[in-house]
Write a protein that binds this ligand. Structure first.
Ligand code: MN
Length: 260
């Protein structure tokens, strides 16, 4: 039976009936990185340095050294990223069970609301309205906030920071509590630079998505792209991060298997 399912999937992939959608942003030096107030440590941007390029440094081969913060570009947040998840079992990139890197996705389209209000917050009412149309968010599935933010190709517009901090959408504290306690999701994903709203440093609690999700041993996905190519329900996400020992996050080539 299980072999039949995989054979059918392979056939659907070969025929194109099931598409593989790339949800990752290009990773390059211009990739926007979150910036914290100057009192805090800072994440480094992506850097790439040629080792050789079919030249005197290596006549037949091309390769590069790279350096970057764990939470750069399209990336996965592990529970150990937040103090609330610090002491949980299997909370680092190398200890998370591999089967947790494959899970269904629910995509909540808030593009219009986010265009009208960059501080848009996803609330339990928005989730209830989505469920009334598409059915209940299943335990162990992702909730992805489709905001249109990935279309902001100018890094300044993407980060959208003012003197009063960044302005970008995210979940309300009540939405996080609902998704963790009432729906037992596997995690929350966003098109923005981090899973919390830009103004979430001032929320109660601060950064509710990081605090709530990671405190419940759940994950985050940030800087997703191409969510407009996914159905509201029915896509399967593959979110394998690098197996960094003790790692708190990792760039991730997030893929979605989706019906065409
Ligand atoms: Mn992160």
């Amino acid at each position: 039976m299980q072999a039949d399912i995989l054979a059918a999937l392979a056939e659907a992939l070969a025929s194109g009936a099931v598409d593989v959608v790339d949800l990752a942003q290009p990773l390059e030096p211009a990739t926007p990185v979150i910036s914290l107030p100057p009192d805090f440590g800072q994440s480094q941007p992506f850097r790439l340095e040629q080792i050789s390029h079919y030249d005197g440094r290596g006549p037949a081969w091309s390769w590069n050294n790279i350096s970057l913060g764990e939470h750069t570009g399209t990336h996965f947040d592990a529970p150990v990223h937040w103090i609330t998840g610090r002491d949980l079992p299997d909370n680092t990139l190398d200890t998370i069970q591999a089967r947790r890197f494959v899970a269904p996705a629910n995509v909540i389209d808030c593009t219009e609301a986010c265009a009208a209000d960059p501080d848009f917050l996803l609330t339990p009412d928005h989730i209830a309205a989505w469920e009334a149309t598409h059915g209940r968010v299943a335990a162990g599935s992702w909730v992805l906030l489709r905001s249109g933010w990935s279309h902001r190709t100018d890094p300044a517009a993407f980060l959208n920071a003012g003197a009063d901090g960044p302005h970008s959408p995210g979940p309300s504290p009540a939405a996080v509590t609902f998704l963790v306690r009432e729906r037992d999701v596997i995690g929350f994903g966003t098109e923005c630079v981090g899973t919390d709203a830009g103004q979430a440093f001032g929320f109660d609690p601060p950064f509710p998505c990081h605090a709530g999700m990671h405190g419940a041993n759940k994950f985050g996905l940030a800087s997703l792209a191409n969510l407009d190519r996914l159905p509201p329900k029915g896509a399967l996400l593959i979110t394998a991060p690098l197996k960094i020992v003790g790692g708190t996050g990792s760039p991730c080539r997030v893929l979605a298997l989706a019906p065409r």
